[in-house]
Design a protein. Sequence first.
Length: 327
Amino acid sequence: MPAHRLLHRLCAPLAAAGLIGLLAAGAPARAAYPEQPIKLVVGFPPGGGGDLYGRAIATALGKQLGKTVFVDNKAGAGGNIAAEAVANAKPDGYTLILAMSGNMASAVAIQPKLAYKVPDDFAPIAQLVETPYGLMVSGKSKIANIQQYVQAAKGGKLTYASTGTGGASQVVMEMIKQQAALDILHIPYKGSGPALTDLYGGQVDSFFAPYTPLMGQISAGKLRLLAVTTDKRLAALSDVPTLKESGIDVVMTQWYGLAAPKGTPKDVIETLVRAVQASMQDAELLKVYRADGAQESHRTGQAFGDFIVKDIANYRRAVERGNLKAE
């Protein structure tokens, strides 16, 4: 075989391989996630329970992912403003929401014209914790126990603060009012921080919300916990009665979790699920959650999504049974 033909036959495969390599190099490839900071949208102002839980998981996730996870507080409407913002965000994994029973379940049940849809507009990542609700008054209040509170409420002399109109706290408290025939005026706030400021200042008589993030204030005597929404008394709070044993048969919990906009790539969601699972072993994170008595959850992905759908149904039944309306 002539030398020039032999050389051509030897070089042709190499040239083809080089061309393929050039084409592959020119093809756009999605960078490994994450390559930039991640925003966690929290629907409450700094200082409240939701903000505390959001910042705790943001710090732990940042350690696992090797990128900063920063909290963006978008307060108002019981967390609904935050949910709308995330529902409309780019589904790339760089905008997440601290999902909760307020903006993902009770609001859906009580407000049919929300600017977002659940579960349609979100990709569930993982549930973090569940916390009971508590009925609280200021430590300076003349009301010493749940019996005195009910007696005062029967006379229509009380007000209660919640973390927002249409939020889970309002719906559950309205269930209590219906069940016990109480006359209590609802005063909505943009979060537990400003609600507690007015409670301490005497502008509002009582506060209904998950009590676990407020254990520090309860232990210090700034807040008086009158009753909790658990089925049985808690070992750590054996002197605090349940609403159920006090004749008000309402047993509910509030939950917190993480979600992303619908359409977020599956591999990104899986990365976040793994990061959450590892974060839930983080000693600093568990210290925050367990100090409040919150119970950790292990629902992820579709299991978490199915839980949300069931919770919406529970709230919807309560709303319909009590003929409740968003204020």
